[in-house]
Design a binder for this molecule. Sequence first.
Ligand code: ARG
Ligand code: ZN
Length: 855
Amino acid sequence: KTIYLKDYAPFGWIIDDVHLTFRLHPTATRVISRIRVRPDYDVPSRPFMLHGEGLTHISAKVDGHDAVITEVDGGIEVDVPHAPFNWEAEVEINPEANTALEGLYMSNGMYCTQCEAEGFRKITWYPDRPDVMAQFTVRIESDADHTPVMLSNGNGLYYAQDNTQSPAPNVSIYQDPWPKPAYLFALVAGDLVAHEDKFTTMSGREVDLAIYVRPGDEHKCAFGMEALKKSMKWDEDVYGREYDLDEFNIVAVDDFNMGAMENKGLNIFNSSCVLASPETSTDGNFERIEAIIAHEYFHNWTGNRITCRDWFQLCLKEGLTVFRDAQFTADMRSEPVKRIDDVIALRARQFPEDQGPLSHPVRPESFQEINNFYTATVYEKGAEVIGMLKTLVGDEAYAKALDLYFDRHDGQACTIEDWITVFEDSTGRDLSQFKLWYSQSGTPTVSVREEYKDDTFTLHFSQSSAPTPGQDEKLPQVIPVAVGLLNDNGDEVLPTQIVELTQAEQSISFNGHATRPIPSVLRGFSAPVTLTQDIDNARRAFLLAHDTDAFNRWEAGRMLARDSLLSAIRTGAAPNADYLDGLKALLRDDSLDPAYRALMLAQPTQSELAGVLHQDGDTPDPATIHTASEAMRQAKADAFADILPDLYAANQVDGPFSPDAVAAGKRALANSALGLITKLDGGATAAKQYAKADNMTLQLASLSALLDADAGDDALQAFYDQWRDDRLVIDKWFSLQVMHAKPETLADTTARLTNHIDFDWKNPNRFRAVMGMLAAHHAGFHHESGAAYTLLAEWLIKLDPVNPQTTARMCSAFQTWKRYDADRQAKIATQLERIAAQPNLSRDTAEMISRIRGA
Ligand code: ARG
Ligand code: ZN
């Protein structure tokens, strides 16, 4: 069944408050709800419909009388007066049997919840829609002593344990004063320990902070706590947003479908996204954890205080919150490095989505299963749209608009129209054309041509957008293109300015240039588009050496690398000398941030190259792409042989480990150098680093290098022996082996790993560590045998009945299938059909497979 945005209708009733009682039991939890309801006289009278899924109904009453209930699709309708009334119901649910990890479930003996998007309906009868906001009071009762900690949203009002009995029953009561939709409800109960701290808000409110973890993980909380305090302070300083409860709790959970969840006052995290220690986490992990803690915290205002009217508006909270967490990371660390990282991720994850069968607008107009729309398009492209808006109106107007947004819409469930109207009202701009970014799917292409005549330099722009599913014709969009001009010496003769494209073709002239300037176009990646520019390698090499915009300087290097790789793939050409020379000069420039130089040293991924070839009308051959990419790495090692040892030595970090951006940047550059050194010394340097590594960043990089050189067997075993009891590190151990498998043996290696005693496939992190990496190994996944396609399909079929959400997400491994040759397409088609033919396939997976097949 397909749901459409255009069919939105309000609920018709107002919920004044909700009282929930949970009598916890692993297989038979009772949930008693008491809800005060009154008609919403502003809308036409509507049936009183409550969602519910998989509930064992015990009883229900309306104003104390047995309720008259009719079952309808997805829930029940109840006979009620068109007047205020009380609804009471009792249901039973089975948390232990809940392997889908939506609603109330158990993870390693603890109770926890995940209600976004539509999980609350698995807990009790309720209008499970984000436009229904209510105050919740929650009472949790347990008669076993393995749940000493029992938490819910808001402020803890009461806790008691009866120690005269054994096991000692306990009770906890929480009250959340802020009206919220059901998707923000959370409950946690278990044997947990707290890492505590305090934060005083700008108006002087003292907030108790805690990160709850399983005993044994206490030493992995300190970094997350610092990140939380920094986030709270930053949101006050930059957005004027203050925290609004007496406590803020974070809980780490081992079994979790996504990264984390912003439940009001009780954020629940995938343990991989909060637990950190130098010994077990890489610099990349630390940065990601800091960003996710910030993201969930920032949702308190952009998501919770102001929420979404319906799930089509998901980007209203996610695009904005991703944008805010990116600003935060840029402020905490390096702005250009963060921007480059984000563009790499956008191109790797969002562009393929937007250019394939799963393409959808930032605000989709229909869905079958909303969980399938927590996508790179909604999140990351959604954040790009906010960034463009800010670029167009300017920083000051953006700040003013945000103040108005918080002011006007606090406590409401809003739409993209509300958001756009705030900007129109506060800036006086007409944003109707800009709004196309929310409704048109696909990645626009911007082409630019240069002309120079009589001291006037002109850029001729054109924009176009290829058809995407359901959208054959596209209208021109508002595209802010940041442009700067340089002279032959590399001095900036025109600082960055914003060219606002609104038409299919448009030109802009710059007068008074006695010599021909050199343009730097789409600085900072000012719009999520594909730029085509007819310029040669010499120009790119010039920009690589001189561009005053850090992003475009990196981009020039990336384009050189890309074109060199494409020539190697198409004609077997040797690596481009301009690229290697330019890169070498940059690597030895110690005035440049090591993190930035490490990014420079990387090259486009094999999957990205396949995408470019496909866009250019060629059929990518994964084996050729693999060979060319490896050859490029070897060429770099050879060309930089004389500087690599110094680069490696100069970027060692002494003293106790610190995950800060400067130290992390040095380690990133040293480890990149190590990767190339290993191509020359067969692993001698890597083995030394492995032997003395006292943090995971150094340990993992050296193990990775050793595996790359086929010299990692002993280290791999040692690594397992050292970390066998740390599940997050063992995830890395699994991933690494898949990542470093040879293309022709990837399927066998992966199949062997699935037989390992530690391959707990019902745990999403472990499943992704293996199957996610299988799909990410371009040359191996697309090996001509088709063995990896078959293996992934088998595992998706096995996981689907257990965990539809994680299965469905991983189906996107097949989304690029139309890029490849007929033989590979036929092999993938066979697997897609096989999955589609499974009896009782989940709604989640069925929707994904049918969209991917284009059916
Ligand atoms: N709102 C969460 C976040 O972005 C994501 C939760 C998504 N969960 C889901 N089951 N779809 O932080
Ligand atoms: Zn979010």
